[in-house]
Design a protein around this ligand. Structure first.
Ligand code: SAH
Length: 386
Protein backbone atom coordinates (compact mmCIF):
# COMPACT_ATOMS: atom_id res chain seq x y z
CA UNK A 1 0.00 0.00 0.00
CA UNK A 2 1.37 3.42 -0.93
CA UNK A 3 1.96 5.92 1.85
CA UNK A 4 0.37 9.35 1.70
CA UNK A 5 1.68 12.06 4.01
CA UNK A 6 -0.88 14.64 5.12
CA UNK A 7 -0.38 17.99 6.80
CA UNK A 8 -1.60 18.80 10.29
CA UNK A 9 -4.77 20.47 8.96
CA UNK A 10 -5.90 17.26 7.28
CA UNK A 11 -4.77 15.20 10.25
CA UNK A 12 -6.95 17.30 12.56
CA UNK A 13 -9.94 17.03 10.22
CA UNK A 14 -9.63 13.25 10.19
CA UNK A 15 -9.25 13.16 13.98
CA UNK A 16 -12.48 15.17 14.17
CA UNK A 17 -14.21 12.45 12.18
CA UNK A 18 -14.39 13.93 8.69
CA UNK A 19 -14.13 11.13 6.10
CA UNK A 20 -14.37 12.92 2.77
CA UNK A 21 -10.95 13.93 1.44
CA UNK A 22 -11.27 17.40 -0.05
CA UNK A 23 -9.14 18.19 -3.08
CA UNK A 24 -8.40 21.68 -1.75
CA UNK A 25 -6.63 20.20 1.29
CA UNK A 26 -4.11 18.30 -0.80
CA UNK A 27 -1.42 19.51 -3.14
CA UNK A 28 -0.73 17.68 -6.36
CA UNK A 29 -1.34 13.98 -5.76
CA UNK A 30 -0.26 11.55 -8.43
CA UNK A 31 -1.91 8.58 -6.75
CA UNK A 32 -5.45 7.70 -7.80
CA UNK A 33 -7.77 4.68 -7.54
CA UNK A 34 -5.99 2.91 -4.72
CA UNK A 35 -5.84 2.33 -1.01
CA UNK A 36 -3.32 4.49 0.82
CA UNK A 37 -1.78 4.38 4.27
CA UNK A 38 -2.10 7.90 5.68
CA UNK A 39 0.80 9.24 7.70
CA UNK A 40 1.21 12.54 9.49
CA UNK A 41 4.15 14.91 9.10
CA UNK A 42 6.14 13.15 11.80
CA UNK A 43 5.71 9.86 9.96
CA UNK A 44 3.15 8.29 12.29
CA UNK A 45 0.44 6.08 10.73
CA UNK A 46 -3.07 7.65 11.01
CA UNK A 47 -5.26 5.24 9.11
CA UNK A 48 -6.37 3.73 5.81
CA UNK A 49 -8.06 5.75 3.08
CA UNK A 50 -8.73 5.32 -0.59
CA UNK A 51 -8.17 7.81 -3.36
CA UNK A 52 -10.54 8.09 -6.30
CA UNK A 53 -11.75 11.30 -7.86
CA UNK A 54 -15.49 11.80 -7.74
CA UNK A 55 -18.01 14.58 -8.11
CA UNK A 56 -17.28 15.70 -4.56
CA UNK A 57 -13.85 14.99 -3.09
CA UNK A 58 -10.87 12.92 -4.13
CA UNK A 59 -11.36 9.97 -1.82
CA UNK A 60 -12.49 8.71 1.57
CA UNK A 61 -10.91 8.00 4.92
CA UNK A 62 -11.96 4.50 5.98
CA UNK A 63 -10.52 3.43 9.32
CA UNK A 64 -7.80 4.03 11.88
CA UNK A 65 -6.61 0.46 11.32
CA UNK A 66 -4.42 -0.95 8.59
CA UNK A 67 -7.09 -2.38 6.29
CA UNK A 68 -7.14 -4.39 3.09
CA UNK A 69 -10.49 -4.63 1.29
CA UNK A 70 -11.56 -8.24 1.67
CA UNK A 71 -15.02 -9.73 1.26
CA UNK A 72 -15.12 -10.16 5.05
CA UNK A 73 -14.53 -6.43 5.51
CA UNK A 74 -17.54 -5.55 3.34
CA UNK A 75 -19.67 -8.25 4.96
CA UNK A 76 -18.97 -6.63 8.27
CA UNK A 77 -19.99 -3.20 6.95
CA UNK A 78 -23.24 -4.59 5.50
CA UNK A 79 -23.99 -6.50 8.71
CA UNK A 80 -23.61 -3.34 10.81
CA UNK A 81 -25.70 -1.35 8.35
CA UNK A 82 -28.44 -3.97 8.36
CA UNK A 83 -28.72 -3.86 12.15
CA UNK A 84 -29.37 -0.13 12.00
CA UNK A 85 -32.35 -0.68 9.66
CA UNK A 86 -34.08 -3.43 11.66
CA UNK A 87 -37.28 -1.42 12.15
CA UNK A 88 -37.55 -0.70 8.42
CA UNK A 89 -37.13 -4.38 7.68
CA UNK A 90 -39.98 -5.26 10.03
CA UNK A 91 -42.37 -2.72 8.55
CA UNK A 92 -45.07 -3.96 6.20
CA UNK A 93 -46.11 -0.43 5.33
CA UNK A 94 -42.73 0.73 4.00
CA UNK A 95 -40.86 -1.49 1.55
CA UNK A 96 -38.36 0.96 0.06
CA UNK A 97 -35.50 2.52 2.00
CA UNK A 98 -31.73 2.93 2.01
CA UNK A 99 -29.69 -0.08 3.15
CA UNK A 100 -26.24 1.47 3.01
CA UNK A 101 -25.38 5.15 3.03
CA UNK A 102 -21.78 5.99 2.27
CA UNK A 103 -19.81 7.51 5.17
CA UNK A 104 -22.81 7.17 7.52
CA UNK A 105 -22.09 3.45 7.24
CA UNK A 106 -18.31 3.93 7.25
CA UNK A 107 -17.62 3.55 3.57
CA UNK A 108 -17.97 6.63 1.37
CA UNK A 109 -18.66 6.32 -2.33
CA UNK A 110 -21.29 3.58 -2.13
CA UNK A 111 -25.03 3.55 -1.53
CA UNK A 112 -27.48 0.65 -1.67
CA UNK A 113 -31.23 1.20 -1.83
CA UNK A 114 -33.95 -1.37 -1.42
CA UNK A 115 -37.19 -1.40 -3.43
CA UNK A 116 -39.18 -4.42 -2.15
CA UNK A 117 -36.82 -7.34 -2.80
CA UNK A 118 -34.83 -5.51 -5.45
CA UNK A 119 -31.70 -3.50 -4.64
CA UNK A 120 -29.92 -0.70 -6.39
CA UNK A 121 -26.17 -0.13 -6.02
CA UNK A 122 -24.82 3.34 -6.79
CA UNK A 123 -21.09 3.61 -7.45
CA UNK A 124 -19.77 7.12 -6.90
CA UNK A 125 -16.20 6.62 -8.14
CA UNK A 126 -14.16 4.18 -10.17
CA UNK A 127 -12.38 2.67 -7.16
CA UNK A 128 -15.66 1.41 -5.71
CA UNK A 129 -16.77 0.36 -9.17
CA UNK A 130 -13.60 -1.71 -9.63
CA UNK A 131 -14.30 -3.46 -6.33
CA UNK A 132 -17.88 -4.26 -7.19
CA UNK A 133 -17.46 -8.04 -7.48
CA UNK A 134 -16.18 -8.39 -3.94
CA UNK A 135 -18.82 -5.90 -2.72
CA UNK A 136 -21.62 -7.86 -4.42
CA UNK A 137 -20.35 -11.17 -2.99
CA UNK A 138 -20.31 -9.66 0.50
CA UNK A 139 -23.77 -8.18 0.00
CA UNK A 140 -25.22 -11.53 -1.13
CA UNK A 141 -23.82 -13.18 2.00
CA UNK A 142 -25.64 -10.70 4.24
CA UNK A 143 -28.81 -10.43 2.13
CA UNK A 144 -29.28 -13.88 0.53
CA UNK A 145 -33.03 -13.24 -0.03
CA UNK A 146 -32.71 -10.26 -2.33
CA UNK A 147 -34.23 -11.20 -5.68
CA UNK A 148 -32.30 -8.95 -8.01
CA UNK A 149 -29.87 -6.08 -8.23
CA UNK A 150 -29.33 -3.10 -10.51
CA UNK A 151 -26.61 -0.45 -10.62
CA UNK A 152 -26.19 3.27 -11.27
CA UNK A 153 -22.90 4.84 -12.31
CA UNK A 154 -22.45 8.18 -10.58
CA UNK A 155 -19.05 9.15 -11.90
CA UNK A 156 -17.70 10.17 -15.29
CA UNK A 157 -15.84 7.89 -17.66
CA UNK A 158 -18.07 4.90 -18.44
CA UNK A 159 -20.37 4.64 -21.44
CA UNK A 160 -23.47 3.64 -19.46
CA UNK A 161 -25.21 4.93 -16.34
CA UNK A 162 -27.68 2.20 -15.46
CA UNK A 163 -27.67 -1.61 -15.76
CA UNK A 164 -28.98 -4.92 -14.49
CA UNK A 165 -26.54 -6.67 -12.12
CA UNK A 166 -27.72 -10.07 -10.90
CA UNK A 167 -30.73 -12.23 -10.09
CA UNK A 168 -34.03 -12.03 -11.88
CA UNK A 169 -34.86 -9.11 -14.13
CA UNK A 170 -37.89 -7.24 -12.77
CA UNK A 171 -40.70 -5.46 -14.68
CA UNK A 172 -39.83 -2.07 -16.12
CA UNK A 173 -42.14 -0.41 -13.59
CA UNK A 174 -43.34 -1.83 -10.28
CA UNK A 175 -44.95 -0.63 -7.07
CA UNK A 176 -43.36 -0.06 -3.67
CA UNK A 177 -44.99 1.03 -0.43
CA UNK A 178 -44.13 3.91 1.81
CA UNK A 179 -46.29 4.45 4.84
CA UNK A 180 -48.93 2.33 3.10
CA UNK A 181 -48.97 4.54 0.01
CA UNK A 182 -48.09 3.16 -3.42
CA UNK A 183 -45.40 4.64 -5.61
CA UNK A 184 -44.36 3.46 -9.05
CA UNK A 185 -40.62 2.93 -9.47
CA UNK A 186 -38.25 1.87 -12.23
CA UNK A 187 -34.77 0.45 -11.78
CA UNK A 188 -33.19 0.76 -15.18
CA UNK A 189 -33.96 4.07 -16.84
CA UNK A 190 -31.40 6.82 -16.27
CA UNK A 191 -30.15 7.71 -12.80
CA UNK A 192 -33.50 8.38 -11.15
CA UNK A 193 -36.02 5.77 -10.00
CA UNK A 194 -39.34 7.61 -9.71
CA UNK A 195 -39.00 8.45 -6.01
CA UNK A 196 -36.47 10.19 -3.78
CA UNK A 197 -36.30 7.97 -0.73
CA UNK A 198 -34.62 10.60 1.44
CA UNK A 199 -37.91 12.54 1.57
CA UNK A 200 -39.83 9.77 3.47
CA UNK A 201 -40.52 11.96 6.48
CA UNK A 202 -41.60 15.04 4.56
CA UNK A 203 -44.12 12.90 2.67
CA UNK A 204 -45.22 11.41 6.01
CA UNK A 205 -45.97 14.89 7.34
CA UNK A 206 -48.11 15.56 4.28
CA UNK A 207 -49.97 12.29 4.78
CA UNK A 208 -50.44 12.87 8.50
CA UNK A 209 -52.41 16.09 8.57
CA UNK A 210 -50.27 18.90 7.20
CA UNK A 211 -52.31 19.06 3.99
CA UNK A 212 -55.76 17.86 5.12
CA UNK A 213 -58.51 20.00 3.59
CA UNK A 214 -55.92 22.18 1.85
CA UNK A 215 -54.84 23.10 -1.66
CA UNK A 216 -51.21 22.32 -2.48
CA UNK A 217 -48.80 23.53 -5.12
CA UNK A 218 -45.80 21.27 -5.72
CA UNK A 219 -42.95 23.02 -7.52
CA UNK A 220 -40.25 20.91 -9.25
CA UNK A 221 -42.62 18.02 -8.74
CA UNK A 222 -40.80 15.28 -10.77
CA UNK A 223 -43.23 12.31 -10.30
CA UNK A 224 -45.42 14.35 -7.91
CA UNK A 225 -44.66 12.16 -4.90
CA UNK A 226 -45.34 15.07 -2.52
CA UNK A 227 -48.69 15.68 -4.22
CA UNK A 228 -49.71 12.02 -3.92
CA UNK A 229 -48.76 12.05 -0.24
CA UNK A 230 -50.80 15.24 0.24
CA UNK A 231 -53.80 13.84 -1.64
CA UNK A 232 -53.69 10.67 0.46
CA UNK A 233 -53.55 12.93 3.50
CA UNK A 234 -56.76 14.70 2.49
CA UNK A 235 -55.62 17.62 0.32
CA UNK A 236 -58.64 18.78 -1.67
CA UNK A 237 -56.66 19.86 -4.71
CA UNK A 238 -53.04 19.54 -5.85
CA UNK A 239 -51.07 21.14 -8.67
CA UNK A 240 -47.72 19.68 -9.70
CA UNK A 241 -45.35 21.71 -11.85
CA UNK A 242 -42.29 20.33 -13.64
CA UNK A 243 -40.46 21.21 -16.80
CA UNK A 244 -39.93 17.61 -17.92
CA UNK A 245 -42.63 16.31 -20.25
CA UNK A 246 -42.32 12.84 -18.85
CA UNK A 247 -43.25 14.01 -15.37
CA UNK A 248 -46.96 14.21 -16.23
CA UNK A 249 -47.34 10.51 -17.13
CA UNK A 250 -45.25 9.36 -14.18
CA UNK A 251 -47.21 11.59 -11.81
CA UNK A 252 -50.58 10.40 -13.04
CA UNK A 253 -49.44 6.80 -12.62
CA UNK A 254 -48.66 7.44 -8.93
CA UNK A 255 -52.17 8.86 -8.42
CA UNK A 256 -53.91 6.09 -10.30
CA UNK A 257 -51.99 3.41 -8.36
CA UNK A 258 -53.59 4.78 -5.18
CA UNK A 259 -57.10 4.92 -6.60
CA UNK A 260 -57.18 8.72 -6.54
CA UNK A 261 -59.54 10.56 -8.84
CA UNK A 262 -57.58 12.88 -11.13
CA UNK A 263 -60.22 15.61 -11.54
CA UNK A 264 -58.90 17.77 -8.70
CA UNK A 265 -55.22 16.98 -9.30
CA UNK A 266 -53.44 18.95 -11.98
CA UNK A 267 -50.14 18.36 -13.75
CA UNK A 268 -48.46 21.26 -15.48
CA UNK A 269 -45.42 20.90 -17.73
CA UNK A 270 -43.86 24.35 -17.37
CA UNK A 271 -40.87 26.24 -16.03
CA UNK A 272 -41.65 27.13 -12.40
CA UNK A 273 -40.87 30.81 -12.92
CA UNK A 274 -43.33 30.88 -15.83
CA UNK A 275 -45.89 29.16 -13.65
CA UNK A 276 -45.49 31.77 -10.90
CA UNK A 277 -46.31 34.47 -13.47
CA UNK A 278 -49.24 32.49 -14.83
CA UNK A 279 -50.68 31.84 -11.35
CA UNK A 280 -50.37 35.50 -10.41
CA UNK A 281 -52.14 36.56 -13.61
CA UNK A 282 -54.95 34.07 -12.96
CA UNK A 283 -55.07 35.11 -9.28
CA UNK A 284 -54.57 31.52 -8.13
CA UNK A 285 -53.84 30.94 -4.43
CA UNK A 286 -52.61 27.89 -2.55
CA UNK A 287 -52.60 26.89 1.12
CA UNK A 288 -49.36 24.93 0.94
CA UNK A 289 -46.50 25.45 -1.51
CA UNK A 290 -43.68 22.89 -1.69
CA UNK A 291 -40.43 24.12 -3.24
CA UNK A 292 -37.84 21.38 -3.81
CA UNK A 293 -35.58 22.33 -6.72
CA UNK A 294 -32.48 20.53 -7.98
CA UNK A 295 -29.30 22.03 -6.46
CA UNK A 296 -28.34 23.28 -9.85
CA UNK A 297 -30.21 23.52 -13.15
CA UNK A 298 -29.59 25.05 -16.50
CA UNK A 299 -32.14 25.69 -19.22
CA UNK A 300 -31.97 27.60 -22.48
CA UNK A 301 -32.49 30.97 -20.86
CA UNK A 302 -30.80 30.83 -17.47
CA UNK A 303 -29.00 28.88 -14.80
CA UNK A 304 -30.45 28.33 -11.35
CA UNK A 305 -28.54 27.39 -8.22
CA UNK A 306 -29.99 26.94 -4.77
CA UNK A 307 -27.06 28.73 -3.18
CA UNK A 308 -27.67 31.94 -5.15
CA UNK A 309 -31.30 31.90 -6.32
CA UNK A 310 -33.47 30.10 -3.79
CA UNK A 311 -34.73 33.37 -2.35
CA UNK A 312 -36.45 34.16 -5.66
CA UNK A 313 -38.60 31.05 -5.33
CA UNK A 314 -39.70 32.10 -1.84
CA UNK A 315 -40.57 35.66 -2.83
CA UNK A 316 -42.50 34.46 -5.89
CA UNK A 317 -44.37 31.90 -3.81
CA UNK A 318 -45.48 34.56 -1.30
CA UNK A 319 -47.53 36.26 -4.03
CA UNK A 320 -49.70 33.21 -4.57
CA UNK A 321 -49.94 31.90 -1.01
CA UNK A 322 -53.26 32.02 0.87
CA UNK A 323 -53.35 33.91 4.18
CA UNK A 324 -52.00 31.71 6.97
CA UNK A 325 -50.52 29.43 4.34
CA UNK A 326 -47.40 27.35 4.60
CA UNK A 327 -44.25 27.04 2.56
CA UNK A 328 -42.28 23.82 2.63
CA UNK A 329 -38.78 24.92 1.66
CA UNK A 330 -36.51 22.03 0.75
CA UNK A 331 -33.01 21.55 -0.59
CA UNK A 332 -30.64 18.63 -0.95
CA UNK A 333 -27.65 20.84 -1.75
CA UNK A 334 -24.70 19.54 0.28
CA UNK A 335 -22.60 22.60 -0.57
CA UNK A 336 -25.01 24.79 1.39
CA UNK A 337 -25.05 24.76 5.19
CA UNK A 338 -28.28 24.99 7.16
CA UNK A 339 -27.42 28.58 8.10
CA UNK A 340 -26.75 29.53 4.47
CA UNK A 341 -30.03 27.97 3.35
CA UNK A 342 -31.92 29.84 6.05
CA UNK A 343 -30.28 33.06 4.90
CA UNK A 344 -31.60 32.46 1.36
CA UNK A 345 -35.08 31.85 2.77
CA UNK A 346 -34.93 34.97 4.94
CA UNK A 347 -33.89 37.04 1.95
CA UNK A 348 -36.97 35.75 0.10
CA UNK A 349 -39.29 36.68 2.97
CA UNK A 350 -37.96 40.20 3.32
CA UNK A 351 -40.15 41.80 6.01
CA UNK A 352 -43.10 39.45 5.52
CA UNK A 353 -44.11 37.90 8.89
CA UNK A 354 -43.46 34.17 9.20
CA UNK A 355 -42.55 31.51 11.74
CA UNK A 356 -40.58 28.29 11.41
CA UNK A 357 -42.68 25.29 12.43
CA UNK A 358 -40.35 22.39 11.79
CA UNK A 359 -37.06 21.34 10.29
CA UNK A 360 -36.60 17.93 8.74
CA UNK A 361 -33.19 16.40 8.13
CA UNK A 362 -32.29 13.03 6.64
CA UNK A 363 -34.36 10.07 7.89
CA UNK A 364 -32.64 7.35 9.92
CA UNK A 365 -32.01 4.98 7.00
CA UNK A 366 -29.90 7.77 5.46
CA UNK A 367 -27.25 7.50 8.15
CA UNK A 368 -24.98 10.51 8.41
CA UNK A 369 -21.47 11.19 9.62
CA UNK A 370 -22.22 13.31 12.68
CA UNK A 371 -18.78 14.91 12.44
CA UNK A 372 -19.42 16.30 8.96
CA UNK A 373 -22.45 18.53 8.46
CA UNK A 374 -22.24 18.22 4.68
CA UNK A 375 -23.19 14.53 4.92
CA UNK A 376 -26.57 15.56 6.39
CA UNK A 377 -27.41 17.33 3.15
CA UNK A 378 -31.22 17.40 3.30
CA UNK A 379 -32.81 20.50 4.83
CA UNK A 380 -36.57 21.00 4.81
CA UNK A 381 -38.28 23.84 6.68
CA UNK A 382 -42.04 24.09 7.16
CA UNK A 383 -42.82 27.78 7.49
CA UNK A 384 -46.12 29.37 8.48
CA UNK A 385 -46.77 32.73 6.82
CA UNK A 386 -48.91 35.37 8.50
N1 SAH B 1 -39.44 17.36 -5.59
C1 SAH B 1 -39.25 16.13 -6.34
C2 SAH B 1 -37.86 15.98 -6.86
C3 SAH B 1 -37.41 17.08 -7.74
S1 SAH B 1 -36.15 16.59 -8.84
C4 SAH B 1 -39.64 14.93 -5.50
O1 SAH B 1 -39.78 15.03 -4.28
O2 SAH B 1 -39.78 13.85 -6.07
C5 SAH B 1 -35.95 18.04 -9.76
C6 SAH B 1 -37.01 18.25 -10.81
O3 SAH B 1 -36.94 19.63 -11.17
C7 SAH B 1 -36.81 17.48 -12.10
O4 SAH B 1 -37.94 16.67 -12.33
C8 SAH B 1 -36.65 18.56 -13.18
O5 SAH B 1 -37.33 18.22 -14.39
C9 SAH B 1 -37.31 19.74 -12.53
N2 SAH B 1 -36.88 21.07 -12.98
C10 SAH B 1 -35.63 21.56 -13.12
N3 SAH B 1 -35.65 22.87 -13.47
C11 SAH B 1 -36.96 23.23 -13.56
C12 SAH B 1 -37.64 24.45 -13.85
N4 SAH B 1 -36.97 25.56 -14.13
N5 SAH B 1 -38.98 24.45 -13.81
C13 SAH B 1 -39.68 23.32 -13.51
N6 SAH B 1 -39.08 22.14 -13.21
C14 SAH B 1 -37.75 22.09 -13.23
Amino acid sequence: MNKLYVDSFVEKKIKRGVQLLDERDFGQIKLNNQLVALHNQSGRFIGTAYLSKQNKGIGWFLTKEKQELSQAYFEDLFRQARLKRAHFEQSELTTAYRLFNQEGDDFGGLTVDRYNDVVLFSWYNSFVYEHRQIILQAFKAIYPDIRSAYEKIRFKGLDYESAFLYGEEVPEVFTILENGIKYQVFMNDGLMTGIFLDQHEVRNNLVNGLSAGKTLLNMFSYTAAFSVAAAMGGAIETTSVDLAKRSRVLSQAHFVANGLDLTSHHFVVMDVFEYFKYAKRKKLKFDVIVIDPPSFARNKKQTFSVSKDYYKLISQALDILEDDGRIIASTNASNLSLAQFKKQIERGFGDRKHSYESLQRLPSDFTVNKSDESSNYLKVFTIKVK
